[in-house]
Design a protein around this ligand. Structure first.
Ligand code: PDD
Length: 282
């Protein structure tokens, strides 16, 4: 049995029901977070809650719960699932109301939290990717559940026999369909900047920047041109559920010279160590 939290109640996920008029269902009018827990502790909780609160405020959904409230729900779900390693999904929609584009008044947000077992990557994984035109909207900094453009891009990448789409807008790299991007050239690391609201400010992205700098390697947040991908020594993808993985083939061409990715391996190990020390009990 998997227990979830819905609007104040802990329920078997099969029993959890929402209104068909919920604006999350009708419009994708909702924001979300994905976090991971290990041995009962959560990684990056404050960063995820900061982003959730910022996103709620950006889309003008009233914050439904205090920080302590979120902590309590997450702690309870972790304890119900006997501290197995989990990915935890939080979603807040504007709530249920008769269908109209204008925001309704006096509706209560729908609050949903679920979890599923999570097996992290222990090895440093290498994946094939493809570049695709980033045709999403202009507020990709908001973690909204309106993910159809991302889903279409991800599926186009999968149909081409690859794992992830690396997105390019006006000749500049933005991010993956569900990940952030880093490139390495001559032992210097770069990642697309948060300017222009064109990418999600990934929690993992920020921590990987910190880890790279902590081992004495320069890490710059800047605009990254598409052609820099072609001559990069390494390309990495980062996300809360996959940590850091290397791209070995991009658009059917090898990345780097030798498939060894020395800096990626070093950062993968350093990040794993950092994570192990920072799964905070609730
Ligand atoms: N997605 N960019 C996009 C578009 C994403 O969907 C994600 C993560 C990231 C990485 O963000 P973070 O490091 O905070 O996980 C970047 C999650 C995991 C998902 O939708 O399941």
């Amino acid at each position: 049995m998997t227990t979830c939290f819905l609007n104040g109640n802990y329920l078997d996920i099969k029993e959890a029901k929402i209104s068909v008029l919920d604006r999350g269902f009708i419009f994708g009018d909702a924001v979300y977070e994905v976090l991971v827990s290990q041995d009962g502790g959560i990684f990056g909780l404050n960063d995820h809650l900061n982003r959730l609160e910022k996103n709620l405020s950006e889309v003008m959904i009233p914050s439904p719960m205090s920080r302590d409230g979120w902590r309590e729900v997450l702690a309870k779900l972790i304890s119900i699932h006997e501290k197995v390693n989990l990915s935890l999904y939080i979603q807040v929609s504007r709530g249920a109301a008769p269908r109209a584009h204008a925001f309704p008044h006096d509706v209560k947000p729908t609050v949903f939290v679920m979890c599923q077992p999570h097996v992290g990557d222990h090895e440093f994984r290498q994946v094939k990717c493809v570049t695709l035109e980033d045709n999403r909207w202009g507020r990709c900094d908001i973690k909204t559940t309106s993910l159809l453009p991302n889903l279409l891009l991800k599926n186009a990448a999968i149909e081409k026999g690859t794992y992830e789409a690396i997105l390019v807008r006006d000749g500049y790299v933005t991010e993956g369909a569900s990940s952030n991007i880093f490139i390495v050239k001559d032992s210097r690391v770069s990642t697309p900047s948060l300017n222009h609201k064109a990418i999600l400010p990934g929690v993992t992205r920020k921590l990987i920047c910190d880890v790279v700098r902590s081992v004495g390697v320069p890490c710059t947040e800047r605009e990254v041109r598409r052609d820099e991908l072609l001559c990069a020594d390494e390309i990495w993808l980062t996300s809360s559920t996959s940590d850091i993985v290397a791209v070995n083939i991009l658009d059917q061409m090898s990345v780097g010279n030798d498939f060894r990715y020395p800096l990626g391996r070093r950062i993968h190990k350093a990040f794993k160590d950092y994570k192990a020390d920072n799964f905070l009990g609730l």
